[in-house]
Design a protein. Structure first.
Length: 235
């Protein structure tokens, strides 16, 4: 994996078409590969974005400024070989998705969750043709096997890059359903962040925000923005 501070070892990044209509990225004349040495073959839009990131590096390479490269590497090195495991994990998390659980109090936050999360759940229920149970408090609520199977089927339809996006977004937002909503362009990155942190935002409005929490939130916001841009590239 690339480390921050690695000296730039090439003059120019470019991309070229392969016989299979995919594209590869070149650093000078050398083919760019993933950390696991997999061929980084992708669509023209993705290859162009990867090459752009490498061309924007200065004297030292900064992986934090290369979100598309990172996501493509993740898809090829970690997701492609673990599809079944990742889909099972997403489906399992969906059984207790954050959107199913409302606070008992304060009443204002409960109503906000009902409104905002209820809207997304209504959209998703219409999409898959199944209903979900919601509750207040922390005791688990059991969802129908049919609904969870439909979520699993949705995930199985995704290619490796799309599955990577949903997987990373789900970890960021603690919600498989919100991740799928982001992928489907039902919500943008700003809505995604706010919906995934309704309670946190409520507490900040009440008590204020410390600088450590702000730094963490800024990192998560930036990740969602990168995921949204990546989504535009892979569709």
């Amino acid at each position: 994996m690339l480390k921050h501070g690695l000296k730039k070892f090439y003059k120019e990044a470019s991309f070229e078409e392969l016989p299979n209509s995919l594209y590869r990225v070149l650093l000078d004349s050398r083919e760019l590969k993933t950390p696991n040495k997999n061929a980084l073959n992708c669509s023209k839009k993705v290859a162009e974005a990867v090459a752009k990131e490498w061309n924007e590096q200065k004297e030292e390479i900064n992986p934090k400024l290369m979100p598309v490269t990172k996501l493509v590497n993740t898809a090829l090195d970690r997701v492609a070989s673990r599809r079944d495991e990742i889909i099972a994990e997403l489906s399992s998390h969906a059984e207790n998705d954050m959107l199913f659980y409302r606070v008992e109090e304060p009443e204002g936050l409960y109503q906000l969750q009902e409104e905002k999360w209820g809207e997304i759940l209504g959209w998703f229920e219409s999409k898959i043709g199944s209903k979900f149970m919601t509750t207040s408090g922390i005791l688990p609520v059991k969802q129908s096997k049919e609904a969870i199977k439909k979520i699993e089927a949705l995930c199985k339809e995704l290619d490796d890059l799309s599955l990577t996006l949903v997987y990373v977004a789900s970890a960021n937002m603690h919600s498989t359903i919100l991740a799928l909503a982001l992928y489907e362009n039902k919500i943008d990155e700003f809505e995604a962040f706010d919906l995934s942190r309704l309670e946190e935002n409520w507490q900040i409005a009440e008590w204020g925000e410390d600088w450590e929490a702000k730094d963490r939130r800024d990192i998560l916001k930036a990740e969602l923005a990168s995921l949204k841009q990546f989504n535009l590239l892979i569709k």
